[in-house]
Design a protein around this ligand. Structure first.
Ligand code: NAD
Length: 348
């Protein structure tokens, strides 16, 4: 356990076992402020799988917060979904009391398997929750950040605006559909895929999008491929099908392993690191929790353009993958000068 924590640089693990509640909170780093990250509520095969998921996700949140310049550390919680019958309200009430007992070192939010009603139950037990029915859905802000990020990548690589650009979007969910609407408005051609036919038909009608089968999306000739469905979709097989200049999507952990970032770099495909381009959601959650007004939130989201430009520029100058550059910048912010070189120190 401790060597796993050491490998991921996770500072704290907190456990709660009460009735049917088996939960873990992983806190990766508190240097920038209280840890903020969603609560995942899914079934796991083992306790260890749940703990490892929480640690991995908490680390991701630290890096995301560091580059988004929000005053939050990285944390994530996992509730192991009980197999069989359980009382959801009672379970989330207990979890809320557990979060409260941590005294604010960790602020929770929505994630896979949790919804706004769960957050409202948590809110009845703790103040340390950043999504609920009175804060709202972060997805439109994530989608807007994505739009700005794609615009930045296209400007950087192709030196042109979005008008006439072809974007292939995988997944038309809360973020993907809203992104499609904004890209259509900006004059982009859209190619879309989703297993939900209602969503693709709506995109076809609303944005004149070309609809392709789920496994056909990778090989579409386009300027930008935008994975907005699930993580892990860019792997050793799928990247060989790509026929695009830029990869820029919101799906968390879209690279199946770190080597994919280097492969994309060698293929001269510009990759916008997922946790930088999708940070609008975290900026929304953190800013709303801290009571910032909509205008201030927009100003914060706009900053991701500068961060991406720095990442792209350094990647080109140093001939290193964009993911490596982004990680090095985040580590410099999180750990001071322990991890890096002068040019990274200057970049942050
Ligand atoms: P969502 O569940 O609303 O939508 C996902 C969509 O992708 C669904 O329509 C689903 O049918 C589709 N999909 C899944 N796998 C697919 C595949 N292989 N091919 C085609 N379509 C597929 O989710 P969302 O809130 O839009 O988030 C999308 C991704 O972005 C997730 O990975 C999420 O973790 C990440 N993310 C979301 C936010 C946010 O604010 N919602 C913020 C940061 C990151």
């Amino acid at each position: 356990m401790f060597s796993n924590m050491h490998t991921q640089s996770v500072q704290e693990l907190h456990f709660c076992q009460q009735g049917s509640l088996n939960a873990v909170v992983a806190i990766h780093n508190l240097r920038l402020g209280p840890a903020l990250g969603g609560c995942r509520f899914i079934e796991y095969d083992s306790d260890l799988a749940a703990i490892e998921d929480a640690m991995r996700l908490a680390k991701g949140m630290s890096y995301k917060a560091a580059l988004a310049r929000v005053p939050q550390g990285g944390g994530k919680s996992v509730i192991m979904k009980p197999k069989g019958e359980f009382d959801r309200e009672a379970l989330f009430k207990q979890f809320g009391q557990f979060i409260q007992s941590l005294g604010g070192r960790y602020i929770t939010a929505m994630d896979s398997g949790t919804n706004v009603s769960d957050m409202d139950i948590l809110r009845s037990q703790t103040t340390f929750v950043s999504s609920s029915s009175n804060i709202g859905d972060p997805s439109p802000t994530t989608a807007h950040g994505m739009f700005l990020g794609i615009e930045t990548a296209v400007r950087f690589l192709m030196n042109q605006s979005l008008k006439g650009i072809t974007v292939a979007i995988q997944g038309l969910g809360h973020v993907g559909f809203s992104l499609a609407a904004q890209l259509h408005e900006a004059g982009c051609h859209l190619i879309v895929s989703d297993m939900d036919r209602e969503k693709t038909q709506l995109a076809e009608r609303s944005f004149s999008a070309k609809v392709v089968a789920v496994n056909e999306i990778y090989k579409q000739t386009c300027d930008v491929f935008s994975p907005c469905g699930l993580g892990g979709v860019l792997n050793d097989q799928t990247i060989n099908q790509l026929n695009c200049k830029i990869v820029a999507g919101c799906a968390n952990n879209q690279l199946s392993h770190d080597g994919i970032a280097q492969s994309l770099h060698e293929m001269e495909i510009l990759y916008a690191p997922d946790y930088v381009i999708n940070s609008g959601g975290l900026i929304f959650a953190s800013s709303s929790y801290r009571g910032l007004a909509a205008k201030e939130i927009e100003r914060e989201v706009n900053k991701l353009k500068d961060t991406l430009n720095k990442v792209f520029t350094l990647s080109k100058q140093k001939n290193m993958s964009t993911n490596f550059i982004a990680n090095s910048m985040a580590e410099q912010i999180l750990y001071g000068d322990m991890a890096s070189q002068n040019w990274i120190m200057e970049a942050v």
